[in-house]
Design a protein around this ligand. Structure first.
Ligand code: NAP
Length: 486
């Protein structure tokens, strides 16, 4: 028997949105693909007084889409058990320990446990402590803690949170989820960079002019307004997803494609981020809020948002990784809500050829674009000859649309990450040191912003942000490769 298929999942926040929308469907996919078979069980816990039967019904519903086999969904749901549990109440952990022990025996699980904390981080320390003190962690198998963002709201709070977990779980058993790391095209960055001599040779400050990273959303804050008002785009998107992408784009080639070597290089890249002074923040970062339009509320008019809120729904910035290979390469980032289009993309803009023998017209730029969403795509912009008697050049794109070249279904990020956690592979999870260096960078920006008086600039819904975000690049003689018209 493959012991990696033996696992007891204990999901804290088992009645919540994340569990229903992402975790149960991902576990079902793993079940359907044979990564989970007979020897697994799932305990869902939360305060609501659900029964096992009701919980199984919720699970069946959440995994059923068009074409789902009813028989498979029924069989899968039978592995699910519910325990009503307030995480602050020690008594409940006693019951949980007994249930876990019973299921471990019933399904011959051998002590392997994955604790998924799909709830507010303010409970993480308490849960970790009780898992240890009430002996819900086992001696005979592995015990892994999977935790969700946000990991703190600044470096001191993140450190406090990390200490509260670290007292009971060693770093190598803590799996911090950043679901962007489970995305197929984000994982493709390493394949493109280190699998092709062409790019390996060019991937440095001698050939790369600038890098652009865009994570744009078309929707406003919607039902997440309460949380968003306390976070803002900088904490919600830059501290984690964007800086993780920056580290994957700028890390040195790892000695091997293994967890420890990759993480070492990512940590080094994040450590090399230039941390800004307040004056540099002013020069290099832009924040803004979306304005209302006819029919759509502006950010400050949304429910649960203060009339004088200074929470940014858009950030653009220029940052530098001061490593040997990337020193001097501007990395432009932007993210925001109510923008022209939902997309995640990376544009690597290469330097011009040293001498243009075709002049006087300027040559088009070589740009490598990696589109992560909505559909996985990679293209390379090149100059080629225009067909005809005369010699003229034109810009063309070599295009690789993932879905056209490979019809294997793209697995959900959560599915891939849960499988990694089952296998004990933390490559695509965030190490504490990555979290710490990211906060250090972000805190410098937040601190400078918090001292600034006056309202934020506004941008039109459906645009790509305020003109200040374009000015940031124009100032360096650059422009965003992706625009609202694309
Ligand atoms: P949610 O829908 O509000 O779920 C929170 C869960 O915690 C519920 O199951 C709730 O159930 C339970 N809970 C709250 N207080 C409890 C207590 N004292 N004891 C026991 N259970 C308690 O939140 P969510 O959207 O699923 O998010 C969960 C975590 O994932 C958050 O940290 C969030 O930031 C993160 N996250 C979520 C998403 C997403 O797509 N939803 C994406 C990224 C990260 P009861 O009310 O029944 O107790």
């Amino acid at each position: 028997m493959d012991t990696r298929q033996q696992a007891l999942f204990i999901i804290f926040g088992g009645t919540g949105d994340l569990a229903k929308r992402k975790l149960y469907p991902s576990l079902f996919e793993l079940y359907e693909k044979g990564f989970l078979k007979e020897n697994f069980a799932v305990i869902g816990t939360a305060r609501r007084p659900w029964t096992d039967e009701y919980f199984q019904e919720v699970v069946r519903k959440s995994v059923t889409v068009e074409g789902t086999s009813k028989e498979d969904a029924d069989e899968f749901a039978q592995h699910f058990y519910y325990q009503s549990h307030n995480v602050n109440d020690t008594e409940h952990y006693v019951t949980l320990q007994k249930l876990a022990q019973r299921l471990d025996e019933k399904y011959s699980i051998g002590g392997n446990r994955l604790f998924y904390l799909a709830m507010s981080p303010r409970f993480f320390g308490t849960i970790a402590e009780h898992l240890k003190s009430q002996k819900i962690v086992t001696d005979n198998g592995y015990n892994r803690l999977i935790i969700e963002k946000p990991f703190g709201h600044d470096l001191p709070s993140a450190r406090e949170l990390n200490d509260s977990i670290g007292r009971y779980f060693a770093e190598d058993s803590v799996f911090r989820i950043d679901h962007y790391l489970g995305k197929e095209m984000i994982q493709n960055i390493a394949a493109v960079r280190f699998g092709n001599n062409l790019f390996r040779a060019l991937w440095n400050n001698r050939y790369i002019d600038n890098i652009q990273i865009t994570l744009s959303e078309a929707l406003g804050v919607e039902e997440r307004a309460g949380y968003y008002e306390t976070a803002g785009a900088l904490r919600d998107m830059v501290q984690n997803h964007i800086l993780q992408i920056v580290s994957l784009l700028t890390m040195n080639m790892p000695a091997s494609f293994t967890e420890s070597d990759i993480r070492r290089e990512k940590i080094y890249a994040l450590k090399a981020l230039q941390v800004y002074t307040p004056e540099q923040v002013e020069e290099n970062f832009v924040r803004a809020q979306y304005a209302g339009t006819s029919g759509l509320k502006g950010y400050r008019q949304e429910e649960q948002i203060a009339d004088d809120s200074k929470t940014e729904t858009f950030v653009a910035g220029k940052l530098f990784v001061e490593s040997e290979n990337f020193s001097g390469v501007p990395i432009y980032i932007r993210t925001g809500k109510r923008l022209a289009k939902k997309t995640t993309r990376i544009d690597i803009v290469f330097k011009d050829v040293p001498k243009n023998i075709f002049g006087p017209e300027k040559l088009g730029k070589n740009i490598l674009t990696i589109i992560v969403e909505p559909e996985g795509e990679i293209y390379l912009q090149m100059n080629v000859k225009k067909i005809g008697q005369n010699f003229g050049l034109q810009v063309q794109k070599l295009d690789l649309l993932q879905s056209e070249n490979d019809d294997s279904p793209v697995p959900e990020a959560y599915e891939k990450l849960i499988l990694d956690a089952l296998r004990g592979d933390a490559t695509n999870f965030t190490h504490w040191e990555e979290v710490a260096y990211s906060w250090k960078f972000v805190d410098a920006i937040r601190t400078a912003w918090d001292k600034k008086e006056g309202p934020l600039v506004e941008y039109t819904s459906g645009s790509m942000g305020p003109h200040e975000a374009d000015d940031l690049l124009a100032h360096d003689g650059h422009k965003w490769v992706f625009s609202a018209e694309d």
